[in-house]
Design a protein around this ligand. Structure first.
Ligand code: PRP
Ligand code: ZN
Ligand code: MG
Length: 226
């Protein structure tokens, strides 16, 4: 990978964190010329390049040192960390700041007609999720023998489709569960957006200096909103 000297920041291209992350970068004075089709946006007033990618890719891009910092949900970060640890891939990173947006929870939900008296009700059942590592860790902690069924999308339709007995998915307003006849039962992980940095100590002095100038501005923006 070539070191361009410009700070590389990864943000989600489209999804729950995109708008707030871009708004935060603008609020701290970074001018961005974002064109929708393009993966990279160059700042016009700072030595910064923005990489707009799927959120699933952001933890790996930071951990592999392809980008310097990234905005990511803790749910996705923790899942990818567990996945990479299992595969013996680099999984180091540093949390620069926990942010004040992107709040959601990862919850187990069941069809409203299902009888559920606790996590033990899932014994020998199939649970559809996009977060198999977080879910299987929870099953292990709770000593429940259930099976995580990996789906990358449309998790909420899995019970109706007969693919699973329950789901484990992100909930923020609860509208998706409601619309699909599902009831939230157990919260297994609470998440917010975080700003993370690669932890391999390979950042140039110039990049470290720039990051150290940006962080207090982020704190200022968050304080102003309180
Ligand atoms: C998550 C989750 C639900 C929805 C829940 O999807 O998979 O579909 O948000 O939010 P609600 O409680 O406000 O209805 P996300 O927006 O992350 O997109 P994805 O399913 O395409 O990954
Ligand atoms: Zn995603
Ligand atoms: Mg969804």
């Amino acid at each position: 990978m070539s070191e361009s000297g410009r700070l590389r920041i990864a943000v989600q291209k489209s999804g729950r964190l995109s708008d707030d992350s871009i708004a935060l970068l603008k609020a701290i004075g970074i001018k961005l010329n974002i064109r929708d089709r393009l993966l990279i946006a160059h700042s016009t007033n700072q030595p910064i390049d923005l990489l707009r990618v799927r959120d699933d890719d952001i933890p790996g891009l930071v951990m592999d040192g392809v980008v310097d910092i990234g905005f990511i949900g803790e749910n996705e970060l923790e899942e990818k960390m567990l996945e990479r640890q299992a595969a013996n891939k680099p999984s180091e990173f540093e949390v620069l700041r926990r942010l004040d947006y992107g709040g959601c929870r990862l919850s187990i939900a069941v069809p409203k007609e299902a009888s559920y008296t606790g996590i033990g009700s899932l014994e020998k059942k199939r649970v559809a999720t996009t977060y198999p590592y977080l879910l299987e860790r929870y099953f292990a902690e709770q000593k429940v023998n259930a099976k995580a069924v990996m789906l990358t999308g449309s998790v909420e339709v899995a019970p109706r489709a007969g693919v699973a007995d329950a789901i484990c998915d992100l909930v923020s307003t609860g509208a998706t569960l409601e619309a699909n006849g599902l009831v939230e039962k157990d919260v297994i992980f609470r998440s917010k957006a975080v700003l993370i940095q690669r932890a391999d100590g390979e950042l140039s002095d110039a990049k470290s200096t720039l990051i150290n100038r940006l962080i207090p501005r982020i704190d200022g923006v968050m304080q102003a909103k309180e």
